[in-house]
Design a protein around this ligand. Structure first.
Ligand SMILES: C[S@@+](CC[C@H](N)C(=O)[O-])C[C@H]1O[C@@H](n2cnc3c(N)ncnc32)[C@H](O)[C@@H]1O
Length: 222
């Protein structure tokens, strides 16, 4: 069994085995984007992604098992990884939209400057949306500034972004799963929104950063 409101310093594929069938109300998945840079920092190639295909195949089988029928999911990705990820997700779950996260400002980029990422949104099986019918598939939310004292992880997502996913697709008391917890953003948003959470983070440094962030967090209403 697994304890709620806790993060584990563990590979999510191992940790998820302890989550009971059909117990999770919402998945937030913000994995490394695998955008073709190898571990020695050199530019990799598109086909390198094939090496991680078996991981994601097992991952989504497990996700399907732990999600309730009708539970929603959000998967952060970008234009380079989306074509690889989409068929694997679609094999196991029901993809409904591709949300564009519009940064509202510009980042690096050698031709057009980067100012968006993608979020794959969908449902396990089928079910009615829980959010307003006027919600658009473009979300304009500022990323965290690199120089900000709140920046704890290179790929940290703003609380406004993760908070919106949680508010739109769950209710108070629901269980949120984040399998790639990083600096703990999903945990602090879950606390603020009075949801339960389970998280996994494989890197001990980020696990400790997340633990510290959660213990110092002053709950606020989002
Ligand atoms: C994109 S970051 C998540 C950032 C997070 N959303 C935040 O706001 O801080 C992805 C994280 O997944 C972790 N990770 C990579 N492989 C993992 C695995 N198999 N199980 C658990 N965590 C993993 C990495 O160490 C990294 O911190």
């Amino acid at each position: 069994m697994i304890e709620l409101n806790k993060i584990y310093n563990e590979d999510c594929l191992e940790g998820m085995k302890r989550i009971p069938d059909g117990s999770v109300d919402l998945l937030i998945k913000d994995p490394p984007y695998c955008i073709g840079t190898t571990s020695n920092g050199k530019k990799g190639s598109w086909s390198d992604n094939n090496l991680i295909r078996p991981f994601f195949d097992i991952y989504f089988q497990e996700i399907k098992r732990v999600l309730k029928y009708g539970a929603e999911f959000y998967i952060n990705t970008d234009w380079r990884t989306y074509p690889f990820l989409y068929p694997i997700v679609e094999k196991h779950l029901n993809v409904k939209n591709l949300i564009v996260w519009d940064y509202e400002w510009i980042k690096a980029g050698s031709h057009y400057r980067f100012s968006h990422e993608f979020i794959i949104y969908g449902v396990n099986g089928d079910g009615k949306r829980r959010f307003s019918a006027s919600e658009r598939d473009v979300w304009r939310i500022r990323p965290i500034n690199f120089t900000s004292k709140e920046k704890l992880h290179n790929a940290q997502k703003p609380v406004e972004l993760i908070g919106k996913m949680i508010k739109n697709s769950s209710k108070e008391g629901d269980l949120i799963l984040d399998t790639f917890m990083g600096s703990g953003t999903t945990a602090v948003c879950s606390i603020d929104l009075q949801r339960k959470y389970i998280g996994f983070e494989i890197d001990e440094k980020y696990y400790n950063i997340a633990l510290n962030r959660i213990s110092e967090h002053q709950p606020k209403l989002l």
